[in-house]
Ligand binder design. Structure first.
Ligand SMILES: [Zn+2]
Length: 86
């Protein structure tokens, strides 16, 4: 049996722990998330249409992105995680 090391963020498989750790280090963690006030909110809706998110990876690189509304999900993130693993 061959041991595989898996990046816990993207799921890529590697032959060495070092390679998997390098892959994980590239992916960022959320350090800020903002909803810019204004038109992103429609009347009478709880969720905005866009959220701006800033990420930082283990090497200290930062990147920001704007995420657009796609669909409603279960409020229970554990349920969402289980669903995405299926
Ligand atoms: Zn990865």
């Amino acid at each position: 049996m061959k041991t595989k090391y898996i990046c816990e963020k993207c799921g890529a498989e590697y032959d060495t722990a070092e390679s998997a750790n390098k892959c994980e280090a590239v992916h960022g963690e959320i350090i800020e998330a903002h909803v810019m006030p204004g038109a992103v909110y429609e009347q009478s809706r709880i969720t905005p249409n866009a959220v701006c998110v800033k990420f930082r990876n283990k090497d200290g690189f930062e990147a920001a992105a704007e995420y657009k509304f796609v669909k409603y999900k279960d409020k229970d993130f554990e349920a969402v995680k289980r669903e995405s693993e299926e």
